[in-house]
Structure formats: structure tokens, C-alpha cells
Design a protein around this ligand. Structure first.
Ligand code: HEC
Ligand code: HEC
Length: 481
């Protein structure tokens, strides 16, 4: 039962959506139907009859319609941001129509239209009544699966720092004041490579001057380690009892609200929106991965399944109707992937969270949080073909690279949104280093350099005992998850 999304709109419609985007949206709806994604359950069927809105559908609508944090910039600033681009791109933009320019800006910053809707409002921001762009969860959790926008897919193209940097330059040019985000970005980079963000460190920083009931309290300034992460997909959340790569926080609707912790939001805000976040939890829990969009060699995949059960399932669980998920944490010196995320969060920081309003329920019962995890939890691999790049820091562009540690590129850059069908993952260019000739800062962030701090592509050598032929079989099986 898939109905077309047609949420009643109260806001002004932009109207100038290009034909290309419309066509993409139409084919995306098809993909949704084929894949059976229940990302957005309809509130109104195509024949106009009202359907009962499920909590999950309400949760999705809440996230796309409600501004939870103050705006970072005005729509007018976004329309003018092309004036800040490097000369050649600016020259192209100056010849383009408004709609084309908007598309160029979406492309540059990793934004997408909202699937199934005919306005050009981004999925990744809520544009409020006065035209202010407010970040929402989809900034990082609403990306594309090989070119198609999918709410809940990690946004592996988000260029958050670039967007904030260039809109601020535009504000300066037009005599507008900076937003809190502009000033924050000066102190803490929002993300050093496209597709990764410093979200976790921001969260810790914002928690630092709150008491257990989330009142602002004075606190001595503290330095945090900046660390970028690739957001996890939401479509395997239903399997996880604990959240985050180190699995330290038990899941619950209150915990999801941590991402709205800005100085403007205090205890009143959290009381007001608590019920809406029960819906958000229902929405995230309702998501399932898309289906692999091409043919799978079933006999090869069957062989891969047997190998997976022998070599991978003890950590990653089993799949299908009677799935199991062990929620297994692997000590850092065993897994060997980049250590920075684990050490960037202190025991004291995790304890602060565990003592707070976020980590208890309405009756006051505390969650069983783990404040000193010693490693990373093996995630479920549902839809793993659709969530490249891999590992928590997004350092490995293909699944073949995960299975073959010696073939992981040291420096790479995504060059198209097409799936790398052979190795399953991003289509990349492999380089020796970031070219000196690339002077556009935004484009420089398009290169992933695994030699930098927090960006290591090492570790996870488990498939070592498998032959190349066996690894091909495992890869085929991963397409079916
Ligand atoms: C600026 C980027 C960003 C924004 C905005 C953001 N997140 Fe995330 N989110 C992340 C990153 C990065 C992680 C991975 C954190 C980790 O594992 O340590 C994450 C992890 C999560 C997880 C854990 C998933 C799992 O399987 O462990 C949930 C759930 C989640 N976010 C929900 C939300 C919700 C709800 C919102 C909006 C209210 C939101 N996020 C906003 C970046 C973001
Ligand atoms: C001893 C436990 C363990 C075994 C065995 C294991 N893994 Fe993993 N795997 C992990 C952990 C932990 C991570 C998370 C590492 C990180 O993100 O830093 C991971 C990450 C991955 C990822 C990346 C997931 C993502 O979303 O980024 C893939 C793919 C994967 N494993 C596949 C496999 C396959 C296939 C096998 C068997 C050949 C296997 N793993 C065996 C523990 C294990």
C-alpha cells in the first residue's frame, strides 16, 4: 500500500521547479513504489480521501515542517549565495535562470528537493514562514541513494561548513548580521569533508553547560576534539537497542531530541515537543532499506550467505524474517578502525548525558547507558549497498574496499552519483593527494584524505581468510540485505 505523498501545504509554494527535477521526482516515486520504502506514509490518498495519519507519518511530517532551531540564513541569502562562488562558476551562474542557479547551489552543498513534492524546498532544511532556513534532521539523515533523494539515507554529500561559510560571506556583502551558526563555525568546523559532520562534538559541547534538567548553567570553557562522522542510515534503527557507533546510549525518544540542543531551547522546549519525538521515534523505527535496483546472481549470493554466516554473522547478525542482531561491541585494538570518535567522547561527557533528562523516561526511570565503551558496535548491514561510504568516519568508498583492506584508496573523491556496480559503493577518482591546483575550498572538501586526523581507513581485517572468489560471493550476498 503505497500512496502518493501529498501533505496539505500551508506555506508559500516556490513553483519554479525545473522539468529535470520534476522528471527525477516522477521516477523517484516509481522507485519508492518498487522498493516499497515506507519513508513517508501518505496523509491524503490520491483520490483525495483522508487516511488516518500514523504516528510514523506524523513524525515525518513534524520533521519536515517544524523549525526546531533558529534559522541559519534567509532564503534571499541562499538565492544570492552564487555571488560568493569562484569566478568561473559565478560566471555560469550569472547566465543561469533562478531555478538553474538554485539547482547549482543544491548541487554544491549536497541538498536535494523533497521526494514526491513539487516545490523546490530542500529536504534538508525547514524554511519557516519568514523565509528563514532552519536545519532539520535530514541535513545529515536525508541524503541520496545513487542520485535519488531518500529520507533516512545518510547525506553523503552534505557540505555543511561550505554552505555556512558562503552564506555568511553573502551576509557580510549585504550588510546582514551573522547567525549563531556562523560564529559557531568559526570556532568549530562543521565538517572538513563532504558527507561528514562534526555533529557529535557539537552535541557534547552544547551539553557541557547544561544541568541535568537541561537548564543553561555557567561552565568553564572546555576544548573538544573535532571529529567528523558519516551519519548512519536510519533504516536499520529498528534493530538496534542502543544508539551510536560505540553504542553508549540506550535508545528512546528523548535521546533523539539531543540534536536540537541549542542555547535557545531549554526545559520548556523539551516538554513541549516530547510527544512529537515519540512520533519521530516511530517514524525512524518504521524505515526499511531500499531494495537493490539491479539483478543479483542468486546462486553466488547463496554461497555468499553461507560464508557470511561463518565469518560475519557473529558480529553483524542474521537477516531475513527471523533476523538476529547481537549488538556486539568490538574492542578498539581488535576492530582497528579510526580511534578518534571513541576517544573524542569522554567518560565525563557520556556521564553528563546519562544523568540528564535525555536519558530517563517520563516516570523518571534511568536508562542503562554505558559511559566507558571500549570499542565500536558492529552495525546491522541492512541496505548496506545503499549507504556508502563505509565505516563510521566514511573513509572507505566501496564494499569491496571493506572486504579488501589492501585495496582501500588513500585519497579519493566521488566523481558522480552513479553506483560503482562492480565494487558496490561510490564511483570515485583515486589520487595521490589533494591537487594543489584545486583552489576552490568547497571543492577541496570533496576530497577524502585518509591520512588526516580522524580519517583513517585502516582496520576491520576480518575477511582476511577468504579468497577473492569467496569475497565476491559475500559481496553478492550483501546486495540482498
Ligand atoms: C549535523 C548532522 C546531524 C544532524 C542535523 C542530526 N544528526 Fe543524527 N547523527 C549524526 C551523526 C554524525 C551520527 C552518528 C553519531 C555516532 O554514531 O556517534 C548520528 C546518529 C544518529 C542516530 C543513531 C543511529 C544509530 O543507529 O546509532 C539517531 C537515531 C539520530 N542521529 C537521530 C537524529 C535526529 C532525530 C535528528 C534531528 C532531531 C538528527 N539525528 C540530526 C548527524 C546528525
Ligand atoms: C569481530 C566482529 C566483526 C566481524 C567478524 C566482522 N565485522 Fe564488519 N564491522 C564490525 C565493526 C565493529 C564495524 C564498525 C567499524 C567502524 O565503523 O569503525 C564493522 C563494519 C562493517 C561494515 C561497514 C558498515 C557501514 O555501514 O559502514 C561492513 C560492510 C562490514 N563490517 C562487513 C563485514 C563482513 C562482510 C564481514 C565478514 C566477512 C564482517 N564485517 C565481519 C565488526 C565485525
Amino acid at each position: 500500500m503505497i500512496m502518493r505523498i501529498s501533505v496539505t501545504r500551508t506555506r508559500r509554494e516556490h513553483g519554479h521547479l525545473s522539468l529535470a527535477v520534476r522528471t527525477a521526482l516522477a521516477s523517484f516515486r516509481l522507485l519508492l513504489t518498487v522498493a516499497g520504502i515506507v519513508a513517508a506514509v501518505a496523509v491524503r490518498a490520491e483520490d483525495g480521501s483522508e487516511a488516518i495519519e500514523t504516528p510514523a507519518a506524523r513524525g515525518f511530517r513534524f520533521l519536515t515542517e517544524t523549525a526546531l532551531i533558529p534559522p541559519d540564513f534567509q532564503d534571499e541569502t541562499f538565492q544570492q549565495v552564487w555571488q560568493e562562488w569562484p569566478e568561473r562558476l559565478r560566471a555560469r551562474a550569472s547566465q543561469a535562470s533562478d531555478a538553474q542557479r538554485r539547482q547549482m547551489a543544491f548541487e554544491r552543498y549536497g541538498l536535494t528537493p523533497r521526494p514526491g513534492e513539487t516545490t523546490d524546498e530542500p529536504l534538508q532544511y525547514v524554511v519557516n514562514e519568514s523565509g528563514g532556513w532552519c536545519m532539520n534532521c535530514f541535513t545529515c539523515h536525508g541524503g541520496t541513494v545513487y542520485g535519488q533523494p531518500v529520507p533516512g539515507a545518510p547525506n553523503n554529500r552534505i557540505a555543511l561548513h561550505s554552505l555556512v561559510e558562503e552564506t555568511w560571506r553573502s551576509k557580510i556583502r549585504h550588510g546582514l548580521p551573522p547567525s549563531r551558526m556562523d560564529l559557531g563555525a568559526m570556532a568549530i568546523p562543521l565538517g572538513t569533508s563532504n558527507g561528514t559532520t562534526n555533529a557529535v562534538v557539537f552535541g557534547m559541547g552544547l551539553m557541557h553547560n547544561r544541568d541535568a534538567e537541561l537548564n543553561l548553567v555557567p561552565a568553564a570553557p572546555k576544548l573538544f576534539t573535532n571529529h567528523d562522522m558519516d551519519a548512519p542510515p536510519w533504516w536499520y534503527f529498528y534493530k538496534r537497542p542502543y544508539m551510536y557507533i560505540d553504542g553508549f546510549a540506550q535508545k528512546g525518544h528523548r535521546g533523539l531530541m539531543q540534536f536540537t540542543l541549542v542555547p535557545e531551547n531549554g526545559p520548556d522546549f523539551y516538554a513541549k515537543y516530547e510527544d512529537s519525538f515519540r512520533d519521530v521515534l516511530a517514524y525512524i523505527t518504521s524505515l526499511r532499506p531500499p531494495k537493490f535496483p539491479a539483478l543479483v546472481n542468486q546462486s553466488l549470493a547463496d554461497r555468499g550467505r553461507a560464508l557470511f554466516l561463518d565469518n560475519c554473522a557473529r558480529c553483524h547478525g542474521t537477516y531475513g524474517e527471523n533476523w538476529t542482531y547481537p549488538n556486539r561491541r568490538i574492542p578498539l585494538n581488535d576492530i582497528g578502525t579510526d580511534p578518534v570518535r571513541l576517544t573524542a567522547l569522554s567518560v565525563a561527557g557520556r556521564q553528563r548525558y546519562a544523568n540528564s533528562w535525555f536519558a530517563k523516561d517520563a516516570a523518571g526511570t534511568r536508562q542503562q547507558n554505558i559511559t566507558d565503551p571500549n570499542g565500536y558496535v558492529a552495525p546491522p548491514l541492512d541496505g548496506v549497498w545503499a549507504s556508502a561510504p563505509y565505516f563510521h568516519n566514511g573513509s572507505v568508498p566501496t564494499l569491496w574496499g571493506v572486504l579488501n583492506p589492501d585495496q582501500r584508496p588513500a585519497v579519493w573523491r566521488a566523481v558522480s552519483q552513479k553506483m560503482n556496480k562492480e565494487n558496490i559503493g561510490l564511483t570515485v577518482e583515486v589520487l595521490k593527494g589533494v591537487p594543489n591546483t584545486e583552489t576552490d575550498r568547497v571543492k577541496r572538501r570533496g576530497y577524502f584524505d585518509t591520512r588526516l586526523f580522524g580519517k583513517s581507513n585502516k582496520g576491520h581485517t576480518y575477511p582476511d581468510s577468504l579468497s577473492t572468489v569467496e569475497k565476491r560471493a559475500v559481496l553478492e550476498y550483501l546486495k540482498t540485505l
